[in-house]
Write a protein of this length. Sequence first.
Length: 449
Amino acid sequence: EKLGAVYPASQFRLYSRSPLPFPSFLHVTRNYFDLHWVGERRLKNVVVALDWVPALAALAPSPPAKAELSAAQEARLHNALRLLDTDDSGRYEAEKLVEALRSAEDITLTEPELEQLLSRSRLEEESGAGVDAGSSRSWLTFEQLKDVLTSGVYRREEVGRRRVILSLAEAETIRCAMHLRHAAQEPLLPGKDAAVALRCVAAHDVLLDASEGWTAPFAFQAAAAHNCCRFLDCAMHFTPAELNVLLRCIPVEPARRRIWFTMVLACRRRLSKRWEQTPLAKLFSLEDEWSMLKQRAQAVRVRTAIQRRGLLLHDAFTKFDADQNGILSLAEVYGALDWLQVPDLSPADILFFVRAITSEPHITYTDFIEVLCAPDEVEAMHLSVPQEGGGQGPPGAARKLSMIQPRGEDELQELLTETVTAERQAEEALEEAEHRLVSDATKLLESQL
């Protein structure tokens, strides 16, 4: 690294373009892409990456990094936790904690881990004030759960571990050196306690080879490294959990992610370059991981409210679809959530709920089922959901249901127009800034010829 063979991925950029703030442990070699190259270059595919530990003795867990939230992020987190308190008791018992951590961190705690979390929170409160020692309280308060989700305790990383994107020639050379050193029973780097491993990014990060002494990284750091490599490679199909990781790892506005991605994608040989109808589209609409948490919390609250009213999801959709056209308009969604008594509801929440699901100003039957289906029912849901197309909605209801009246149609349309206009203006400003960078770089290059 000191010789300039690699550089941080946060510096990776096309000629005269802006970079993205990738995690500090992600690097790129100059053989893969040299920042001094001039003009447009065809980019290599990201096939193999190097897990590199320069010094095993210096490898250590990094302390959890507590999230520093802006006012907007605080509001999103507050709203999400309010929604996850499905009985409005102010207490987050085991079932709510499991749902909160699954929504925020994409993890499912075991019973021992859940008890450990509750015990740790009890001890912290006892050491503070006002709680008798030995309390057996089996729930967390709002503030305690907020502290857990912002503490970073479930996002463990190691200091001294790096992921490096390589060219295939470099990967072949490193693997050859590993085998030669192993056959000679010599360390990989004489006088150094370094360790490396080669992973195939294109094959779910499968381990190809590893030197002696190498150990696997923590799950979050491994997921972050793998999915950042895939994003840099312009992959488009990510699971919700993988998108959540990317939202944490690339903390910029959605428009910047989209502009960077489309510019990089244009420099790759790909048959399909349309990302709009792929899961990646959510990365270009959600602000950050707290936005995803809020969207998931909304889904949990709506699903729970529907269940408590004794309705199946199919029946609920039919009931909410007042004009029976097979889709739920913004006004129909507003009427539905108001009828379900979702707390702290505003037109902005309705717009957020719908636009976090789809780029259209309505929700189809397929979208409705996919978003509200419980995680353990997703596979069964995919077997039974009809194909979307031509405005097709759910099959006819088996029993007659009273309709829920739409609400706030004019107000929602006005808000949608204002929001879309503001987003377009922001995107145009970013695109104009990129065009100025290109223009300035072109003029500088021409002046040197």
